[in-house]
Structure formats: C-alpha cells, structure tokens
Write a protein of this length. Structure first.
Length: 373
C-alpha cells in the first residue's frame, strides 16, 4: 500500500515489549509503533501466558495504549487487524470519536485458534469476534470460511473482500547455491531429504504431534528423510520432549525461531513442506503462509484437505492433499512425493506457475477496494 502512495501507520503490541530497543520506526515507508505488551510473553523460542490477574492488567494497559494512539492519529480510516478485544476497543473508539470509517481484517477463527486459561476469556473473544464485523464499514478476510462466517453473522457480502495471504517477491527469490548449502551444513542436512514445517509450535492450533506421528512412519521407510521444524511457541519444550521420547533426536531438527531473511534459503534447502491439520474451524479459517511461500519457492506441499487448501494447491497439481487428521495418510503423501521424481518435478513446476496470484503487489490491488465500499 505504501508503494501505491498510501500513508500507512501500524500501532501494534509486542510479545517482548519491555526489551525492545526501538519501539517506533519506519520500514519501507510504513510507520510502525509498538505501544504495549502483547497478551503473551516471548523469550527466545518460547512463549508464555500470563496468569489471570496479570492478563487483566496487560489487556487493560494494551487497550489503553492502543486507544491513545488511535485517538492521536490523523488517519483518514482505521483498519483493525484481528477481531480481538484490545485492538477492537481501540479501533472502534478511535473511529467513532473521530468519525472515521472503520475496517476490520479477519485472518483466523480467533475463538478456535487461541489458547484460553478460562471459559470467560474464550467467551469474551467470541463476543467481539461475532460483533466487530457488523459495525465495520468493510471487512477483509483471507479464506472462504471466514467470508461465509461473516455473512452468517449478518454482514452483507458486498461489504466483504476476500484476499488470501501473499508473499513479497523481493524476499522470496531463488537463493545462491552456497546459501542453500550453508543451511544444509549448519543443521547437518547434507545429502538428506528434508521435510520442512515452518510455523508456530503451538499445539492448541497446530497439530505438530500429528506431524511427528507421520514422520515416524516416514523414517521407517526412507532412512535419508529428515524433519526440520522452524519456529517457536509456548509448546517448544513439549515438542522437544516428544522428539526425545520417540527416539527421533537424530532425525528431527528443532531449529527454533530464525531470521525471516533466511526463510527463502531454508525453503530452498527442503524437498517438501508439510502443513499438518485436523478438519476443524481453526484449520478451515486459516490461509497458511507456509503454503503461499512454498509456491513462491517451487516446493511441493503435503497437507490435509481442509478449508481453501485444495484451491491453493491447484487441486493437487502443486502438492498432495490427504485426509486431515490422519498420520497414516500424511505419511503416505510425504512418501509418494519423495519417491516419485517425475510427479515431484511436475508439482514443483506448477507451484511456480500459480505463485504469481499470491504476490502482494498483485493482491494489494484487490485489498484496497475495501476502502471504496
């Protein structure tokens, strides 16, 4: 949007707010202000939740800081990112008091995909998630599930723009061979068939244990296969313990969080990407960034047939769709990709062909139409 001439300001929360050295900066023409602590706390690869009294204080402080920023802004419109209480209150008040148009972006089923310590927390998020779309002038969503959910809640279809997640083509260019080999050497993956999972290690909405179940079956039949898990989260230690308990320490690389600039090289060092899912509301609502980025890098994907994933993978031409929630089906999908070179090359080529539809410089043209509603 900034490249198209829009003035964009982002007010956000941060999981390690107190440790930030720079809280306000301009990146690629976009002003970013981190104004308060997020509702979870990040330390390295691990994410921690606050207890109830702490959470109430953090949430109130965050809502106040976001509201103060919204009220001080000279924006022509406010776009709330995620239908959650803290930013929802701030965005709604800012738009109401300044008489500005209000827009909302929904990119998850917040109630189904978040961790809650108590039922009242879950009920509060559900209440906001159901009502915020109704008061917005326009709503952006990234999946057909979220579009249909908004329609069922009473939002007219004409006020909804469906725009999937995208990738920045400047970040996802083919890396040099030495960069790819550096990744493989660093994690002991030379001459191995690398199966990549790139994402959060949060078992409440990402079934990593399902992936470990599947990989156990894969490793029994393909000795050169290695699983690489890239990302951090609240279940990082739990996943590490599961790897140890299953005797997979030599076959699974737990890389943790990495520099986003290294993502392209990590994808290029992998044979395929896996997106493990159950067929639940969290999965149906999600437009996985790992699939979008895999297409950009020409890497086939194996995932469960849930939500919009079939369409994203061109109905099996750019990856393998299996029964969601089945470790056996996921394993068979992985094995079929690794063992069939001709099919692999066909899917990799098709991934590159369809990736242009997910370029952000293409998608943004549709996204900004929401402001014309």
């Amino acid at each position: 949007m900034a490249k198209l001439g829009f003035q964009v300001e982002i007010a956000a929360l941060h999981p390690a707010f107190r440790k930030l050295r720079q809280r306000v900066f301009i990146k690629d023409g976009v002003k970013v202000s981190y104004v308060a602590q997020m509702h979870v706390r990040q330390e390295g690869n691990r994410r921690f939740y606050f207890n109830t009294p702490q959470l109430l204080f953090v949430a109130a402080s965050a809502a106040a800081a976001l509201t103060k920023t919204a009220l001080a802004s000279r924006a022509d419109a406010i776009h709330i990112a995620k239908a959650q209480p803290m930013n929802g209150i701030a965005g709604w008040l800012g738009a109401r008091l300044h008489q500005l148009p209000l827009y909302l972006d929904c990119d998850d089923n917040e109630t189904a995909s978040n961790h809650f310590a108590s039922q009242w927390q879950k009920s509060m998020v559900r209440w906001w998630e159901d009502r915020l779309p109704k008061v917005a002038n326009g709503v952006t969503v990234n999946t057909s599930y979220l579009r249909d959910r908004c329609i069922r809640s009473g939002v007219p279809n004409a006020r909804i723009k469906l725009v999937p997640n995208g990738f920045d083509p400047e970040r996802f260019r083919p890396p040099a061979p030495h960069e790819v080999e550096s990744v493989r050497h660093r994690w002991g993956l030379s001459n191995k068939q690398v199966i990549l999972y790139m994402g959060s290690l949060s078992l409440s909405n990402h079934p990593i244990l399902l992936l470990l179940d599947a990989f156990e079956l894969v490793s029994q039949r393909i000795s050169s296969a290695r699983l690489m898990l890239v990302g951090g989260g609240e279940d990082y230690d739990h996943v590490a313990q599961e790897i140890q308990k299953r005797g997979l320490r030599n076959d699974v690389v737990l890389a943790g969080r990495v520099d986003p600039a290294a993502a392209a090289s990590i994808y290029a060092a992998s044979q395929l990407v896996v997106d493990p899912v159950f067929d639940d509301d969290a999965a149906r609502a999600r437009c996985p960034l790992k699939i979008v980025e895999s297409l950009a890098m020409g890497i086939p994907v194996v995932t469960g047939d849930s939500g919009d994933r079939a369409g994203m993978l061109d109905h099996g031409r750019a990856g393998i769709l299996v029964d969601p929630g089945s470790a056996e089906a996921l394993a068979e999908g992985i094995i079929s990709v690794l063992r069939d070179g001709e099919r692999y090359n066909s899917m990799a080529g098709r991934a590159i062909q369809i990736s242009d539809r997910y370029r952000w410089d293409v998608l943004v043209r549709e996204f900004i139409k929401v402001y014309q509603i």
